[in-house]
Design a protein around this ligand. Structure first.
Ligand SMILES: NC(=O)C1=CN([C@@H]2O[C@H](COP(=O)(O)OP(=O)(O)OC[C@H]3O[C@@H](n4cnc5c(N)ncnc54)[C@H](OP(=O)(O)O)[C@@H]3O)[C@@H](O)[C@H]2O)C=CC1
Ligand SMILES: O=C([O-])CC(=O)C(=O)O
Length: 266
């Protein structure tokens, strides 16, 4: 497989290591990096045969079999539409970028034009297969709570709301719908967006974000009520090298790559 990566931070570097250790075999990686950050991109995936490009046309020309975005909302907005329009499938980690309705529609139109697929991985959450399966039955009620240690909320609006370093008990930093959560907390509410897109939509999906000094990791909990099934889920994630990012996200992206590599998709 020839893998395309947009992003060369914690997820990209951990994914590159995981692929080297556990497969599936990746023969070549092309990384789309910001100009001036080529060496950082090369270092992130060291151990693989790597080419670094700085614009979407370079990534398209390289012709990867699959592109994985793990760079953030701004990068989705800057690069993903042309990549899809060129016919390359994209696995999107920064799902919350789709809370921007204009970008959501533009990416779907680009995918349609290019005959490509925009793939939303489960990421740090689980059970999105069942949620997406239940959605056509209608009547879905989805309530999500994301709890992370104070360090994960640094540099977010929670920082101005609370003295994060002085927290001694859990504090709600956001309560509203999944669209507002994803817009206000772009690095902390991709899970809320994933649940919204799989299930009841951005407006109908309730989201609560909590800073908890006693949190053992990043906890994603949600409840689903539907006429077909009811379930609840609580996932206690180990953080990656980035306090905001759960390690399970990397494994979820690897799963998408393994499913593409075949012969069995699970
Ligand atoms: N779906 C899910 O469950 C999850 C999704 N995520 C998403 O994944 C993203 C990445 O996470 P993580 O690896 O931990 O974050 P990091 O901050 O460690 O890495 C982000 C990387 O993206 C690069 N980048 C930023 N902007 C651009 C751009 N315009 N073009 C190319 N590269 C760019 C950064 O480069 P530079 O160093 O030059 O700034 C950096 O290499 C998060 O922002 C979040 O949106 C994260 C966790 C879970
Ligand atoms: O939802 C997000 O943006 C990321 C997240 O919570 C996690 O990795 O646990």
């Amino acid at each position: 497989m020839h893998l395309g990566l947009i992003g060369y931070g914690t997820i990209a570097a951990t994914l590159a290591e995981l692929l080297a250790e556990r497969g599936p075999r990746v023969d070549r990686i092309t990384v789309l990096a910001r100009t001036g950050r080529e060496d950082a991109a090369r270092d992130a995936v060291a151990g693989h045969a790597v080419e670094v490009v700085t614009e979407a046309p370079g990534l398209i020309a390289a012709g990867p079999d699959l592109v994985v975005e793990c760079a953030g909302h701004a990068a989705v907005s800057a690069h993903v539409a042309p990549v899809l329009a060129a016919g390359l499938d994209v696995v999107l980690a920064s799902v919350g970028a789709l809370a921007d309705a204009g970008l959501h529609d533009a990416l779907l139109a680009a995918a349609q034009d290019g005959g490509a697929r925009l793939i939303l991985p489960a990421g740090a959450v689980g059970g999105t297969d069942l949620l997406a399966a239940l959605a056509p039955a209608g009547g879905l009620e989805v309530s999500y709570t994301g709890t992370k240690p104070p360090a994960a909320w640094k540099g977010t609006p929670a920082d101005t709301l609370l003295d994060l370093d002085a927290l001694t008990e859990p504090a709600v930093v956001f309560e509203g719908n999944a669209r507002s959560a994803a817009e206000q907390f772009p690095k902390n509410a991709n899970v809320a967006a994933t649940l919204a897109l799989a299930g009841a939509g951005f407006e109908a999906t309730k989201a609560r974000l909590v800073a908890d000094p006693a949190a053992p990791g990043n906890i994603h909990a949600y409840e689903v009520v539907s006429p077909v099934a009811r379930y609840s889920m609580r996932i206690e994630n180990v953080a990656s090298g980035n306090a905001r990012t759960s390690l399970a996200t990397v494994y979820s992206l690897r799963r998408e790559i393994a499913n593409r590599a075949g012969p069995l998709a699970v």
